[in-house]
Design a protein around this ligand. Structure first.
Ligand code: UDP
Length: 330
């Protein structure tokens, strides 16, 4: 029996593979390498290069590898790109997820864990946001993920497939042992971009808006260490194997930091006072987005191990330095 990790050559997927390897699971990765890297898939996990929408390939893989559970990371994640290319996002995140879920159902795969997002909440009226809050995505990205949640909900009612959809807040950091990290060159996420500014890879950091209704005027987000995030997936897998029923669960720490607080942390940890410029708001940013965390604790027994902004920044910085050294050497 094995666990199929789609998107396992990407940022979060590669950390999942490390955690599954460490837990002694048999792992097979399916990744089309559109944004992932083959070297990011740690052995003994097996990498199959291909597309989750290729049903013939997926069916064969499920059969030959005796796949018992699927952890589905493969997808597109850049919100502004989804606004420019909505149909591409619905294809990748919705249609191809449908194709994958159909293969899972047909082959009798028991468990399915899905990477969803806090973007399904849109502009929440209250923080922390509970899973019961209104679902009003404001980008094609958020809508494409919410549609997959809905497909899973309805499929799990009709067939013996149990699922957990994990709604990620702001995932950041890197493997504390330095084995993986966020490697995509076209990064947009705050901690990654700030770390790049600290290392002189970009001339400055833009702060998108300082006129939000928050204490310092910048947006507040719940940053979760990628290692804690993948630990939540392992806990979800255990939960499903123990007969837990299908659920949608927030993944965050339940506390937030402002953009200015993140910048301070990156300056403090790196020791570099890089240039910061204030620019107008970026469209579609909610003022605050902090996870309600009652459910994840209660259902999965998950306890954060790395709820420390400086630690998240230090790990992200360590990986960025590793990437630079690698780049310089090649
Ligand atoms: N942000 C910023 N400058 C950047 C990147 C992000 O000011 O170069 C802000 C962004 O407007 C948001 C927060 O940082 O308020 C987190 O953004 P990110 O893109 O990391 O994640 P999101 O919350 O959009 O998923």
């Amino acid at each position: 029996m094995s666990v199929l990790v789609t998107g396992g050559a990407g940022y979060i997927g590669s950390h999942m593979v490390l955690a599954l390897n460490d837990a002694g699971e048999d792992v097979v990765v399916l990744d089309n390498l559109s944004t992932g890297f083959p070297w990011a898939v740690a052995e003994p996990a097996k990498l199959v290069i291909g597309d989750i929408g290729d049903q013939a390939l997926v069916r064969e893989l499920i059969e030959t590898e005796k796949v018992e559970a699927i952890i589905h990371f493969a997808g597109s994640i850049v919100v502004p790109d989804s606004i420019a290319d909505p149909l591409g996002y619905y294809l990748n995140n919705t249609c191809k997820s449908r194709a994958l879920i159909e293969c899972a159902v047909d082959a009798g795969v028991k468990h399915f864990i899905f990477s969803s997002t806090a973007a399904v909440y849109g502009m929440p009226e209250e923080n922390p946001v509970s899973e019961e809050a209104a679902l009003n995505p404001i980008s094609p990205y958020g809508s494409s993920k919410l549609m997959t949640e809905m497909m899973l909900r309805d499929t799990a009612l009709a067939f013996p497939l149990n699922y957990v959809a994990l709604r990620y807040f702001n995932v950041a950091g890197a493997d504390p042992e330095g084995r993986s990290g966020q490697s995509t060159p076209r990064a947009t996420h705050l901690i990654k971009v700030a770390v790049q500014a600290a290392l002189g890879e970009r001339p400055k950091l833009d702060v998108f808006g300082t006129d939000y209704p928050t204490p310092d005027g910048t947006c507040i987000r719940d940053y979760i260490h990628v290692s804690d995030l993948v630990a939540a997936h392992l806990a979800a897998l255990r939960y499903l194997r123990d007969g837990g029923r299908s659920e949608v669960i927030n993944c965050g720490y339940g506390n937030g930091y402002s953009v200015f607080q993140v910048i301070e942390a990156v300056k403090r940890v790196s020791g570099v006072d890089f240039p910061v410029e204030t620019v107008p708001r970026r469209p579609g940013d909610p003022a605050a987005l902090v996870a309600g965390v009652e459910r994840i604790g209660k259902l999965l027994g998950w306890v954060p191990q790395r709820d420390d902004l400086d630690q998240i920044v230090a790990d992200a910085l360590g990986w960025e330095k590793h990437l630079n050294a690698h780049r310089d050497a090649s």
